[in-house]
Design a protein around this ligand. Structure first.
Ligand SMILES: Cc1cc2nc3c(=O)[nH]c(=O)nc-3n(C[C@H](O)[C@H](O)[C@H](O)COP(=O)(O)OP(=O)(O)OC[C@H]3O[C@@H](n4cnc5c(N)ncnc54)[C@H](O)[C@@H]3O)c2cc1C
Length: 390
């Protein structure tokens, strides 16, 4: 059977659902989202949910900043429910040898309009007394940053999109994209053919294989990352802001009343999205906990609560691909968000909808995210990259 629709979004993570909402909110008639299993089943459901602004390139900083404005008032701006945004403030720590790059990044972020500033060690101590500070380190403080619920965000986007007329189909993997005369004509599933002129691929860690199936080879890798939750002794350590510690290679944030979530940037393994091990490793827990306790000494007295692993989807420059495919009219790609897609998702949905409907992204200039940049050798790698971090 054939169903006809204006647009098909493939993948029900936070990107696909944000794109779906942004399309239907701009008047696309009855778009369809196809999800292989359930909403948030990929990286989104395992995301740490940290929302911070510290980036070394304008495009990521601008996408994060635009998105924060949505997260702060999600239910008013989008609808679909509360996504649990909690403003904790966020501190970024760098060791003395990296301060030039750090200052460069902060100046870039401030030019974008982000509320961030370098603070002295004394100010850092007043803002976040729980954090240890060391000689020569530099600190930045983002007062508006925090965290939110990634699965809840995907669900809220999908809920609102459905209210506006979109269809969200679960347990319905897309099996291919039909292309005739260099144009998208349909997206197929096992039981249905969706005739459409617009297909948007937002398949997270499955993107490399899905795109290969339609003859597109992108340098994407899925890598496994672990996250741990520790239950604080709240008498010793009542709470703390979020943070990224470039010296000890951890990022962390409070969760609910007495938990601290910690992730890290020093161990990643290539992984197959269909077979990777989602469980935590106890040897790594010890290592990460020790590194966290260097910055957050009061966490030494916590107890292990739980842990899990999820997948990043990364390109060689750790920036996403958001682009239309040259030579195939109506085909768009939105993938490769590594460890920072959640915080970018509201603005990503906006720019993808602009790209599809107006031919060009307007809210943020995404020309740095084109898919052919790797062949052209024009990547977003800077000498000021800090690779921690979610
Ligand atoms: C452990 C971990 C911690 C993270 N922490 C943070 C953080 O603190 N802050 C932050 O900003 N980001 C963080 N991230 C990154 C962020 O979660 C991801 O960048 C983001 O969720 C990517 O969303 P997505 O929609 O592109 O992919 P996914 O969420 O993976 O969604 C892709 C979807 O496509 C579906 N799919 C695949 N193939 C098909 C098909 N053929 N047909 C239909 N559907 C298909 C999948 O089932 C999946 O639901 C973290 C990620 C991980 C793994």
């Amino acid at each position: 059977m054939t169903v006809t629709t204006d647009a098909v979004v493939i993948g029900g993570g936070v990107m696909g659902t944000s794109i779906l909402y942004n399309l239907v909110a701009r008047g696309v008639q009855s778009p369809v989202l196809l999800e292989r299993t359930t909403l948030g089943a990929g990286s989104t459901g395992r995301s740490s949910g940290a929302i911070r602004m510290h980036y070394s390139t304008e495009v990521n900083a601008a996408l994060a900043w635009e998105s924060l404005k949505t997260y702060e008032n999600f239910d008013d701006v989008i609808g679909g429910g509360d996504v649990g945004f909690v403003r904790t403030g966020y501190m970024v720590f760098v060791p003395g040898h990296a301060t030039d790059g750090f200052r460069h990044n902060i100046a870039l972020q401030q030019r974008v309009g982000i509320d961030t500033q370098i603070v002295s060690s004394e100010e850092a101590g007043e803002l976040a007394p729980a954090f240890a500070r060391f000689d020569g380190e530099v600190f930045a403080w983002e007062p508006r940053s925090g965290h939110a619920d990634p699965s809840g965000t995907g669900l809220a986007y999908a809920t609102r999109a459905r209210e506006l007329g979109a269809t969200v189909l679960l347990e319905t993997p897309a099996t291919g994209v039909e292309i005739e005369n260099d144009r998208v004509v349909a997206v197929t599933t096992a039981g249905e053919r969706y005739a459409t002129s617009t297909a948007i691929v937002a398949t997270g860690p499955w993107s490399k294989s899905f795109l290969a199936g339609i003859g597109i080879d992108l340098p994407l890798e899925a890598t496994r990352h672990e996250v741990f939750l520790l239950r604080r002794n709240v008498e010793e350590l009542p709470s703390h802001p979020g943070g990224a510690d470039m010296a000890n290679m951890t990022y962390f944030r409070p969760e609910a009343a007495d938990l601290t979530l910690v992730g890290n940037g020093n161990r990643e393994e290539f992984a197959d999205p269909d077979t990777y091990n989602p469980r935590p490793s106890m040897d790594y827990l010890e290592d990460v906990w020790l590194r966290l306790s260097k910055r957050l000494p009061g966490i030494a007295g916590a107890e292990f609560f739980t842990g899990y692993a999820g997948l990043y989807t990364s390109t060689p420059d750790l920036h996403p691909v958001i682009d239309r495919v040259d030579g195939i009219s109506g085909l768009y790609i939105c993938t490769g968000f590594s460890g920072h897609g959640f915080k970018l998702a509201p603005a990503v949905g906006t720019v993808v909808a602009e790209l599809v409907l107006e031919g060009k992204a307007k809210t943020v200039d995404i020309s740095a995210l084109k898919m052919d940049r790797f062949e052209r050798g024009e990547t977003n790698t800077t000498s000021y990259d800090f690779k921690v971090i979610a």
